[in-house]
Design a protein around this ligand. Structure first.
Ligand code: FEO
Length: 409
């Protein structure tokens, strides 16, 4: 391990895990690596650690390179335990080290590793840190792929340390992409699709933030260090995260009792239109059923909303829903919404109808499983009138639906 160097004073100090690794409900049959780095400057700095299973081994190995009391900073770009897992073991030995991370990460790390009494340095987007002979710059990259994530960039060495971003899951002992015996592009793209594409809106933000950096090497925290044709890998992320150019249509159907469900329909419609989705809103009690069914067939996303009265839907909504099973809706997104006063049964019944079709029916559960985001809500239910907070919440859910619609892959 001591011989793997990115340059004359930057060490790879990670762990190759060549087992079948369980990961996000998959098994990584090619294994993976947990890449950690030591920048041997006047203020020696560790960037990310390794999986918790290898914490003791990691610290023992690191002792062969450096007296752990000399370590001044431990940068944690991302708190998931495959990278922060050895933090407690390291911090216990590297007693003089300050832990560097984003504001969101501090509480997570304190709770995860019982580091409440430890010194933290909170960094924000654009902050710099002098580590004695080199300067690190920090770039916040929220939701790539969790909220607290950031990238560290070493200005002097022109190395980007982006943790999960630009990674591949391959256990390898070549370490650098130019030494790989095989083309890693398919594995790199596969990783992007699994981990990053659900957050592609944030991928575009990240690309914008790094576009003016002079990057000669990307040292991610899984798989190969990229030092050959670096721009090709940045371009893959850029191109795959761009919106589809196809015009997408949304249809918002509602049946309202007091105007509150109509208000929700209007918010949904406006948010779609604001994001360049061609959206229209229809009161199902004022439009012939055949027209509505034709419009459903022509749309890419269909939202069905009803007020709840006496525990059920109102107006013509159920008559529309009964016809859905006879349509081929396989490439479409469906969702339920509505305002209610007591229990909101109508919204649940709409959801039941949608679940009997072959649409992609939006649910909170699927969103959590696909993106890890916990603040997206489907079906969208509002008790009485949507206030400002609920309006923001509805808009966030529509932004998520828009990203699904505009995905180019
Ligand atoms: Fe590689 Fe999000 O952990």
């Amino acid at each position: 391990m001591n011989n793997i160097m990115l340059n004359k004073n930057t060490y790879w100090i990670g762990k190759v895990d060549d087992r079948d690794v369980p990961f996000h409900r998959l098994t990584l049959t090619k294994g993976t690596t947990y890449n950690s780095y030591l920048l041997m400057t006047e203020k020696p700095t560790v960037i990310d650690t390794v999986d918790i299973s290898f914490g003791k081994e990691y610290v023992e190995n690191l002792k062969n390179i450096i007296d752990l009391d000399m370590i001044q900073y431990i940068v944690i770009n991302h708190t998931e335990p495959d990278h922060s897992g050895a933090l407690r073991a390291l911090a216990m030995k590297a007693k003089n080290a300050t832990i560097v991370c984003t504001k969101v990460a501090v509480d997570e790390l304190k709770e995860m590793y019982k580091l409440h009494d430890r010194e933290f340095l909170v960094v924000r987007n654009g902050d710099s840190l002098d580590i004695g002979g080199k300067t690190l710059k920090f770039i916040e990259t929220p939701y790539l792929h969790t909220e607290e994530t950031m990238i560290t960039y070493c200005e002097d060495d022109k190395i980007l340390f982006p943790c999960d971003i630009f990674s591949t899951h391959i256990a390898n002992y070549e370490y650098f992409n130019d030494l790989s015996k095989e083309d890693i592009t398919d594995d790199f793209v596969g990783y992007y699709k699994l981990i990053m594409h659900p957050h592609r809106r944030y991928v575009q933000n990240m690309i914008d933030k790094i576009k003016d950096l002079d990057i000669e090497m990307i040292a991610p925290s899984h798989g190969f260090i990229l030092r050959d044709n670096v721009q090709k890998f940045i371009d893959i992320y850029d191109n795959m995260s761009k919106n589809s150019t196809a015009n997408k249509k949304a249809l918002i159907l509602y049946s309202t009792m007091s105007g509150r469900t109509k208000k929700m329909a209007t918010i949904i419609n406006e948010k779609f239109n604001e994001q360049n989705i061609i959206s229209e809103i229809i009161d199902v009690n004022r439009t012939p059923k055949e027209d509505i069914l034709n419009r459903i067939s022509e749309s890419d996303a269909i939202f069905f909303g009803s007020s709840t009265k006496y525990g059920d839907m109102i107006g013509n909504m159920e008559d529309i829903l009964k016809n859905l099973k006879s349509l081929n809706l396989s490439s479409k997104i469906g969702a339920a919404f509505g305002s209610y006063g007591w229990s909101g049964e109508a919204i649940e019944v709409i959801q039941d109808y949608l679940n009997e079709t072959n649409m992609n029916v939006l649910t909170t559960s699927n969103c959590v499983k696909g993106t890890g985001m916990t603040d997206i809500e489907f079906p969208i239910k509002v008790r009485f009138e949507p206030d400002d907070n609920r309006i923001k919440s509805i808009e966030k859910s529509i932004t998520y639906a828009t990203d699904l619609l505009l995905s180019s892959i």
